[in-house]
Design a protein around this ligand. Structure first.
Ligand code: XMP
Length: 329
């Protein structure tokens, strides 16, 4: 293990040696641990010459935008612009059911918005931003052997990462990747040093395409996204209340595009089915489904059916990876 105080000082020095005194840097914040820690580190080095953007694509979890913006602004004092692109994304996703097509559309829209952000910054400052911060980690960059001189000797399984390579090619921005020699647990330690709140550092991973891969089929159908957000929040809050959050790699709800018959009060209902997914894992490459106590599951199912209009059935996903994947799409 490395001493995170040394890592922090070394990285700040590298950033200051790299970025010229009147050069500007941009960063897209996802709300995840890696981009947040990377941005916080760069901010510590160059201050207000860092410009961050957070995009609300309409596919975020319950109150996610408010929650992460509060952390960025109040806890971390990051200079961040929040762009409301909900309509833009959902219009493009209307009628789309193929999972990979959804991912492509979302990736493309994101680049459009990021491009516009960079252009606007340029016209405001009369100068192009020169650098882009990315929260790339060590497992994302290594192929078969560690970079020469990195001091790393681990042999580590190759992981093809969803976040690598999805940025504008014609933007001519140079990359700053201050976490590229670190593993996830080291990023968390570094984050602690930078006063990123502990609860934030322990957040479960969340996919870039967001709830689009958790609403099966057309995400714009009915109020699927809204129902999913409410169900997911009840599930996650129950997991936190039971003290189980940190023992689980990832937990979430999935909206199924099917209806089933139920009875609520003396009314026959024909409402939605939602699935609960929780897994343990080391790196997301393989995963085991998580064993909840029956009492816990019973409470959650009741809370969901009582609390969320339009849901009358809750099922649990009891498959591991392989043969399933963690996400359903
Ligand atoms: P799967 O579903 O492939 O997921 O078992 C493994 C891990 O990757 C996350 N995931 C994604 N992350 N963009 C991302 O940024 C994606 O398109 C994507 N698909 C899956 C998933 O949440 C899990 O942590």
């Amino acid at each position: 293990g490395w001493n995170m105080e040394d890592v922090m000082e070394e990285e700040i020095k590298v950033i200051n040696d790299t970025v010229g005194p009147d050069e500007h840097v941009i960063c897209a914040l996802s709300g995840g641990v890696d981009s947040t820690v990377a941005a916080t580190l760069v901010h510590k080095a160059i201050g207000s010459r860092l410009h961050c953007v957070f995009v609300d694509n309409g596919l975020l979890r319950y109150k996610e935008r408010e929650r992460v913006m509060e952390t960025f602004e109040k806890d971390l004092h990051l200079p961040v612009v929040c762009i409301d692109a909900v309509d833009q994304f959902l219009t493009k996703l209307k009628g789309v059911t193929d999972p990979e097509t959804k991912r492509k559309i979302i990736g493309k829209e994101f680049i459009c918005i990021f491009d516009a952000f960079a252009q606007e910054l340029e016209s405001k400052m009369g100068k192009k931003p020169a650098y882009l911060v990315q929260g790339t980690l060590y497992p994302d960059v290594i192929e078969s052997c560690p970079p020469p001189g990195s001091g790393r000797t681990h042999s580590h399984t190759i992981k093809s990462h969803h976040n690598v390579g999805g940025l504008p090619k014609d933007m001519k921005l140079k990359l700053i990747e201050p976490l590229k020699l670190l593993f996830k647990d080291e990023v968390r330690q570094l984050g602690k040093f930078l006063d990123v709140p502990e609860a934030f550092l322990k957040r479960h991973p969340f996919p870039g395409p967001g709830l689009a891969v958790r609403v099966l089929g057309d995400v714009t159908e009915g109020n699927a996204l809204d129902i999913l957000r409410q169900v997911d929040e009840i599930f996650i809050q129950s997991i936190k209340d039971a003290g189980l959050y940190d023992s689980i790699w990832q937990a979430f709800a999935v909206f199924l595009p099917v209806r089933s018959v139920g009875v609520q009060g003396d009314q026959r209902t024909h409402s939605h089915v939602v699935a609960l997914r929780a897994v343990t894992s080391q790196d997301g490459m393989t995963a085991d489904w998580y064993y909840f106590e029956h009492k816990f599951l019973d409470d959650v199912a009741r809370k969901i059916c009582n609390g969320v209009r339009g849901v009358n059935r809750v099922v649990q996903d009891i498959t591991s990876k392989p043969p399933s994947t963690i996400e359903w799409e």
